[in-house]
Design a protein around this ligand. Sequence first.
Ligand code: ATP
Length: 377
Amino acid sequence: MAEVRLKGVTKIFHGGVTAVASCDLSIPDGQFTVLVGPSGCGKSTTLRMIAGLETATSGSIRIGDRVVNDVAPRDRDVAMVFQNYALYPHMNVEKNLRFPLERRRQTSFWRSLLSSTERARRRAETIVIDDRVLNAAKQLEIGEYMHRLPRELSGGQRQRVALGRALVRDPKVFLLDEPLSNLDARLRIAMRSELRQLHRRLGVTMIHVTHDQEEAMSLGDVLVVMKDGVIHQVGPPAEIYDAPADRFVASFVGTPPMNLIEGHVRGTEFVADSGAVLPAPIGAVEGPAVLGIRPESMMIGGTIDATIQSVERLGDRIDVVLDIGGVELTARCESKDGITEGQSCSVAIDTTRLHLFEAAAEGKRLCGDPVATMRGG
Ligand code: ATP
């Protein structure tokens, strides 16, 4: 087990693409960290630099007490699980699990034919390998498939074998690159819970990459939200949700996304550019800003006039797109009869859950959500 620390890590590919820009990140020992962000934000490159599959252009990467920039991938004590599983198709499950250990054996089969000492050492090694393979198979409940080929397994079973191949090596750090993205929606959710349980049992440092913010929220102890090679926020899922550091994080995390409205603060009100008047968060300072309202902070029935533009029914919940004085906002509410498209209605907004961001390009968080602010927002 080990802590992972990145200091000023930058990756510029040939051709000048800056995939990761001066990244500082400290991942404590045993933490489940999720790197999340839209496609191309540099999360896989960051993971591959930790694994040693890409070289950092500058900055230092530390695993445990060693700077590993110049250490070969196989000597970094990390195990990577890829999106496409990377199983050997001609080997059965057992051989796939044994392979990483067989490759690292200290003893030679041929020498063991000639020397009894070498034979004894090799036997001892085989016992250790058998034990690790059996243990991994047990942990991941794949013991009954040991003689099947990868193509004879379901996606979820293949994914478990891929995890098993990482597990047998007893690495200090697990690196998981979109390991669930090839699974169907139901299996993905089941595997999330398996991954969390595995992490709890092993207590090992895990770094998981995904572009799916829901997956990130459900898996991570801590999320690292990235865009264009830059880390925008690091924190536990609840903190990222309740107190997003800027407009990008606010719009990226949450389904449906947070409503963001451009305008300005005037006293205790927020006047949208369209002229609509909405409440401003407590502590807002007058001037241009962007107001953020999570869909679940709005409810049908209140004092603000609105028109229902569209309704999407989701079982016990509905997503309602509303027009409030020329501003389009999405509300997520409990399903009610009589909510129909084109109808006029009134709306209430929970003023204790509002967010305010800078109007400037970076869109840094200004204030809002006192609960989150108390937690450090
Ligand atoms: P995705 O979710 O699509 O996998 P990502 O966030 O993991 O995206 P990266 O794969 O790390 O993003 O890529 C970051 C940027 O670096 C992208 O602009 C990508 O096109 C670029 N890039 C990645 N690998 C290379 C390469 N070998 N050569 C040149 N540019 C690359």
